[in-house]
Structure formats: structure tokens, C-alpha cells
Design a protein around this ligand. Structure first.
Ligand code: NOJ
Length: 538
């Protein structure tokens, strides 16, 4: 038996992150207060009481800034305002105020890797190739054959280069042509974003989730990328993108300098910075939150993995050992199939989430995850995601973006009008209303799990000690007066409790009704996670 690995107690860069639980709101699909079919900021404000009741601490809002909407808000044309479809600047200020009245925190989404092609910088860059704004972006001459300057691809297919017909040069975009990448080697771009951060921090926002944080700086020479896999016929854009080794366009070493610069701006406001990073390597990811850099980084891999117990345990426990404080844990967000559908059922999803609770950092739920929502059903003609509307593929992200199901009434209570994304209504048992009334519902299970971080703070504040369970699909972690066993495997697992008398305080599969003391070896059913506490921490 190998010796247990011990990692130190929690020590977030901002104290308010300790023990917190986050919740992602996909603004356009959360709550529509006007009846125009698109969710808005006032809709969020109206529903804050629900989030307070649920017990979450931090609300993250996806972009609501003025945008032509080619990538549903991730193509920003003005970083200092609110798109009319989502409200006004005054609505944003009211929302921040109400959040703070409820003793919650709110973080916005900043999109620094690219702007919209409708942003005034890009318009100036296209209008005049000698303008200072030209160098805000990555314009390059064609290759000798007249084609794109290198072999880079867009995540959304096909090439990462679009030709500016007037100058004959190409601009780089790791996403849509309407999302031109910024040149982060230009100090003027850095200055602009410093100001954007200050603009919102001065209005009280508690932090930012940083879109494509791993993409900011590109290798200065923009070399071709090595291909590492054959591209199967009919492969979708994402699959094609990941057939290359992204050593020159993503995760460049010097990105950390930008993070440090931003931390210097955020720290005086006690604001947090959270990376969206697709980096999978644990050590590379840990650099994002090294001293002086960002507060947190998402680890996105479990959000796109299929059900694979050994690999899930290895990824979660492996990363927690490398970086025990700075990870924002997620299995669900607005870019991936819902975990209930991806993993096969809701018990598996909650079993993984329960393990995340013991790993330090800040776990995040995505709207509807607390209802164990499966993927939404969308007719092919109703798809909106550019991945599916601009490619022949089923890879699209609309399935996880269907409107939040509040009630059993018209449009599940999301809107009084016609929703921007049409999908089959959810039956009552998948709505907030239906699940609030049922004490055994997923909603109550998630609520109990969230509460655990308040009632048993050792879960995040005590030293973390992993035991060797002898099985790759089973993890066991002691933190002070708590002990979590996650059995993701398909067979029951026998695990030795640490010395002393323990009792169950949470079980992912059934409400923990049996609270009688247990000692010695316990058997945890398949695909179930259980949290125990000692008598000292009931
Ligand atoms: C990641 C965002 O989550 C996704 O929705 C968006 O399409 C890309 N970044 C590009 O901004």
C-alpha cells in the first residue's frame, strides 16, 4: 500500500472564495423579464432568491455586452455596455447591488482573446491598414501560394484565416471569422483591457471568468502546427481542430505575464479572476493559478468526457494533488452536452460532483444541473449554434442551452413570448417548481450537498489526505472530521474508514436517512459517493 498523499489546507488568494460554490447562468436562457424570448439581466435579478435558497455563493454570468450574436455574446462589439436584448447598464448596476444585498458575489465574463468584427477597433483596422488599430489584430500576408499564412484551424471550422479583400492580407480567428483574434503582444491592447476591467470593478463586480485564457498570446512567428491524428472523413470542426498539436496557438508560456498584470488590477478590488482554459495537462494548468497569477482556473476536461470511472478518478484526484486550491471544478457548462446525457444517468453525475466537493477550490454548477436536466431536444431546423449551422455536424452546443425550466406552465415559465431557442418543453418533474415540491428530487439532493460546505467546513478547510483504495475507480479523501468515498465503479467498494466513529452526512444516491455510527470497513454501492463525518463534526 502506497503512503497516503497529503496536501495542505486551503488558502485562496481571495478569502471569500474559501468554501464557496459557484453557479453559471447562461443569460439568454435563464429568465426573460420582457417577453421578447431572450433572457435578460432583470430576469436574473428576479430569480436571485432562488439561487440564495439553493445555497450558492457566486453567480457567473455569460456575456451580455452589445454583440451581433454570431457566437451568442462571445463576439463582443462594446465591452462597457449591455446589449439591448439583455437590458441596460442601469440593470447591470441594479443586479450587482441586489446580489450584494443577498450577500452573494457576482462575476462577469470577459472575452479578451477576440472581439466582434463589429467592434470599432476592427472596423478601423479594416477601413485603414495603416491605422493603429490594425495592429490590435493578427493580420498577415498570404503564404507564397496566395493561401492562408499557416495551417491553423478555427475551433468552429475550417481555417483560422479570412482574407481581407481590400488589402489582400488575412486576419486570424481561432473561432468565427466574425471573432478576429486580438494581438496581445501589442501594449495598446493590454492598456485597453486594463481599463475595461477597472470600468466594471468600479461598478462593484466581484470578478471575471476569462474566456479562452489559454489563447491570448500566440507564438510570435505563427509557425504551422504539427498534425497528430488523421482526420476521419466527416469529422466535425472540433474533432478536426484537436487533430493538431496546438503548441503555437494555445497555452504559450508568456500568457502568465498577462495574468499577473490583471491580478495587480483585480487585487485592490478584492476581485477574483477565473480562467476558462482548455489545458488538460495538470502541471501546465496549475501555472495559471501560480502565486501572483489568477485566482482560479476551470478544468474543463471532465465536462467533455464520456462515462469512464477510472479516468474520471485519475483526472480529478490527479489534478487535486497537483493544485489543491486554485481549481474551479465543473462537469457541466454551456459548451458541452449535459452530464446526465453524457454519463448516462443522473446518479453518476451526482457521484462525480460529490467527489469534487472534497477537492478544494470552488465547484461550479451550470443552470439546470441541479435539476438533473438531460440534453434538450431541438429539431434540426431550430439549431442556432454556429458549430452546427455552419458545418455538417452533430457537434453543436444547443442541447445544453435550452431555456431554464422553472414551471410546468407556458414555455416552462422562461418567457411569455417565443424563446430564442425552440425546444421541447420539460415535463413537470424536470422543473424547479416540480422538484421543489418533491423532497427526494435532484434539486433537494444538490441543495443538501451545497449546504454541506457550510455545515462541514472541514470539507474544504482541513488538510486533504487521499487513501489508497486499491481500485482505480474508487477515491477516498479525508479532510479533518470528514471522509468522502467516491465509488464510480460498477461494483460495490469496501473501504476502510479512518479510526474512530463515523456517520453518513450525504450520499449521492439516496437521501442519507441512516445516521447511525459506523466504524471499520464500509461498503459503498456502485456509482455512489458518500460523505462521512466524525462525531466531532455532525
Ligand atoms: C468559450 C465559450 O465558453 C464559448 O461559448 C465560446 O464559443 C468560445 N469560448 C469563444 O469565445
Amino acid at each position: 500500500m502506497s503512503s497516503p498523499l497529503i496536501v495542505p489546507k486551503t488558502q485562496s488568494k481571495k478569502q471569500w472564495l474559501d468554501g464557496a460554490v459557484g453557479y453559471e447562468i447562461y443569460v439568454r436562457s435563464f429568465a426573460d423579464s420582457t417577453g421578447d424570448g431572450t433572457g435578460d439581466l432583470n430576469g436574473v435579478t428576479d430569480r436571485l432568491d432562488y439561487l440564495k435558497w439553493l445555497g450558492i455563493d457566486i453567480v457567473w454570468l455569460t456575456p451580455f455586452y452589445p454583440s451581433p450574436g454570431h457566437d451568442h455574446g462571445y463576439d463582443v462589439s462594446n465591452y462597457r455596455d449591455v446589449d439591448p436584448s439583455h437590458g441596460t447598464l442601469a440593470d447591470a448596476e441594479r443586479l450587482i447591488e441586489r446580489v450584494h444585498e443577498l450577500d452573494l458575489r457576482i462575476i462577469f465574463d470577459i472575452v479578451p482573446n477576440h472581439t466582434s468584427s463589429e467592434h470599432e477597433w476592427f472596423k478601423a483596422a479594416i477601413a485603414d491598414p495603416t491605422s493603429p488599430e490594425r495592429d490590435f489584430y493578427l493580420f498577415r500576408d498570404p503564404a507564397p501560394n496566395g493561401g492562408p499564412p499557416n495551417n491553423w484551424l478555427s475551433h468552429f471550422g475550417p481555417t483560422a484565416w479570412t482574407r481581407d479583400e481590400r488589402s489582400g492580407q488575412y486576419w486570424c480567428h481561432l473561432f468565427l471569422p466574425e471573432q478576429p483574434d486580438l494581438n496581445w503582444r501589442n501594449p495598446a491592447v493590454r492598456d485597453e483591457f486594463d481599463d475595461i476591467y477597472r470600468f466594471w470593478f468600479e461598478r462593484g463586480v466581484d470578478g471575471f471568468r476569462i474566456d479562452v485564457a489559454h489563447g491570448l498570446l500566440k507564438h510570435p512567428e505563427l509557425p504551422d502546427l504539427p498534425q497528430i491524428k488523421d482526420i476521419a472523413p466527416g469529422a466535425g470542426p472540433m474533432e478536426t481542430f484537436f487533430s493538431f498539436d496546438h503548441i503555437y496557438d494555445l497555452d504559450q508560456d508568456d500568457n502568465v505575464e498577462i495574468f499577473e498584470r490583471w491580478q495587480d488590477i483585480a487585487a485592490p478590488f478584492d476581485a477574483c479572476l477565473l480562467a476558462e482554459s482548455g489545458v488538460e495537462d495538470h502541471e501546465r494548468l496549475a501555472r495559471y493559478v501560480q502565486p501572483g497569477a489568477l485566482d482560479l482556473t476551470f478544468f474543463l476536461k471532465p465536462g467533455w468526457m464520456k462515462w469512464n470511472p477510472d479516468k474520471l478518478v485519475a483526472e480529478l484526484v490527479g489534478l487535486a494533488k497537483v493544485e489543491p486550491h486554485g481549481i474551479a471544478w465543473v462537469i457541466s457548462n454551456h459548451d458541452n452536452a449535459r452530464p446526465v446525457s453524457r454519463f448516462g444517468n443522473s446518479d453518476r453525475a451526482l457521484a462525480v460532483t460529490t467527489l469534487m466537493w472534497a477537492l478544494g477550490g470552488v465547484p461550479f454548477l451550470y443552470q439546470g444541473e441541479e435539476l438533473a436536466s438531460p440534453n434538450g431536444l431541438i429539431a434540426p431546423g431550430d439549431r442556432h449554434d454556429p458549430i452546427s449551422t455552419r458545418n455538417e455536424t452533430d457537434e453543436g452546443r444547443d442541447v445544453c442551452r435550452t431555456p431554464m425550466a422553472w414551471t410546468d406552465a407556458f414555455q416552462n415559465g422562461f418567457t411569455t413570448g417565443s424563446p430564442w431557442l425552440r425546444s421541447e418543453p420539460r415535463p413537470v418533474q424536470f422543473t424547479v417548481e416540480g422538484q421543489t415540491a418533491d423532497p427526494r428530487s435532484p434539486l433537494h439532493r444538490y441543495r443538501s450537498l451545497i449546504e454541506l460546505r457550510k455545515t462541514h467546513p472541514d470539507l474544504w478547510q482541513a488538510e486533504l489526505v487521499f487513501s489508497d483504495t486499491g481500485r482505480p475507480d474508487v477515491a477516498a479523501a479525508r479532510r479533518g472530521t470528514t471522509f468522502t468515498i467516491a465509488n464510480l465503479g460498477s461494483e460495490p467498494a469496501s473501504v476502510d474508514l479512518p479510526e474512530g466513529s463515523w456517520h453518513i452526512v450525504f450520499a449521492s444516491r439516496v437521501p442519507a436517512s441512516d445516521t447511525s455510527p459506523v466504524t471499520g470497513t464500509v461498503t459503498v454501492p456502485a456509482e455512489t459517493s458518500v460523505v462521512f463525518a466524525t462525531a466531532a463534526d455532525t
